[in-house]
Ligand binder design. Sequence first.
Ligand code: ZN
Length: 178
Amino acid sequence: MSNFFTKLFGKKTALAVAANDDRLYQRQQQVIQLREMIGETITLYNSVSCVCAFPRLRQIAGIDCIDYRKAFYVTETEYFIDALKPFFKIEPVESARGNSDDWTCLKCGSTWVYQWEDFSISVSRTVLKIKELKAQDAGPAGEKPIPLFIGLGGHGFPDYSEMTPVAFDTFKNYMQKL
Ligand SMILES: [Zn+2]
């Protein structure tokens, strides 16, 4: 802890600042860990079939806060969708609600719908839902509650029976199980 903060804010506040720095650092490490794991997972999926063939990927990418009548985002959903972009042909479509793109898998031709909209400065909705599946399932079905490593942000969360926080390895095993 720096003397500077202790002098400036007193000992208690300096401790709080240090704790906050630790949390930020920890979160940054978690984000790096998650992004690496997502890259590995997509490589694994593509080595077996294609990303469309994995029900758990479809589950995570398709988490939509509107289905729960809440305003939250899921870090895993956002990062997976982001990492999937290179494997699709992406075309914008007119949509009554928010913004929408049609995604077509470059490998199997499955079609997906990508939608995004901002709810507030801190919460936006990003979702990728399968429209027409053309690949055969190559992984196990999704489970409930959905395990999440970094998990949720926003206003109002779904029940723990829907989604639950888990350790990194648990989430990794869930996503990489063949
Ligand atoms: Zn595909």
